[in-house]
Design a protein around this ligand. Structure first.
Ligand SMILES: [Zn+2]
Ligand SMILES: [Zn+2]
Length: 214
């Protein structure tokens, strides 16, 4: 019998490894399958569309992503963990992988929809909005900076210049100005005008992985 008694620590570690596998996939997919493909294929197109508007809302493509993540967990990470160690390792690895994805989805949505809370909330927004507004070919990891450091694509944000037309709703007060509590991290630039010409420029630049003009 090869039933392995799994201690809590080993279980937590295995889930952690599964999450790290997701965070690596998050980096690679975001960099190569989304930005490098310039809009070819649904994954790249949907993501660059996200850059055009810098907004987030639930979409059926999220269900496709969840399905893909579940399939990879079941047909790849479960067998790998099972083959390397045991059935429970396979399960925990796949669970960690899915948890990593859930962590990413949750924090990415929150970045766009809600103001920061706590140190991580502030960090993840600055790291991600440097990617949106500063240099879209950097900071491909959303959840963690690790893989950007490993692959040399990390850019530490200064005060991030946010075009007014793309400002996140939570940044703004009732008059449409930057809330003072965010003045250290962000500044609003340009005019809040989105005419056809500007919309076309925003789309072209997003699909070329270039930062939006001010
Ligand atoms: Zn985003
Ligand atoms: Zn991106």
């Amino acid at each position: 019998m090869t039933s392995t008694p799994t201690t809590l620590a080993v279980a937590a570690l295995t889930i952690g490894v599964g999450m790290m596998l997701w965070f690596l996939a998050e980096y690679l997919l975001h960099r190569f399958a989304m930005h490098h493909l310039d809009g070819r294929g649904i994954m790249s197109r949907e993501h660059l569309e996200h850059h055009v508007h810098s907004s987030w809302s639930f979409d059926v493509t999220h269900l496709l992503s969840w399905t893909g993540v579940a399939v990879v967990g079941v047909v790849l990470w479960f067998p790998v963990g099972w083959w390397l160690v045991s059935t429970s390792t396979g399960v925990l690895l796949a669970v960690g992988w899915a948890l990593g994805y859930a962590f990413y989805e949750f924090h990415h949505a929150r970045c766009h929809l809600a103001p920061p809370r706590g140190r991580y909330g502030r960090w993840v927004r600055r790291h991600h909005f440097q990617h949106h507004f500063g240099a879209p070919m950097s900071n491909h990891g959303v959840s963690l900076p690790l893989w950007d450091h490993v692959f040399g694509t990390h850019r530490a944000p200064g005060r991030i210049r946010v075009p007014r037309r793309l400002a996140l709703p939570w940044m703004l007060d009732a008059d449409g100005e930057l809330r003072p509590e965010f003045a250290e991290d962000y500044e609003l630039v340009g005019r809040d005008v989105l005419d056809d010409r500007q919309a076309a420029i925003d789309r072209a630049r997003a699909f070329a992985s270039q930062a939006p003009t001010e």
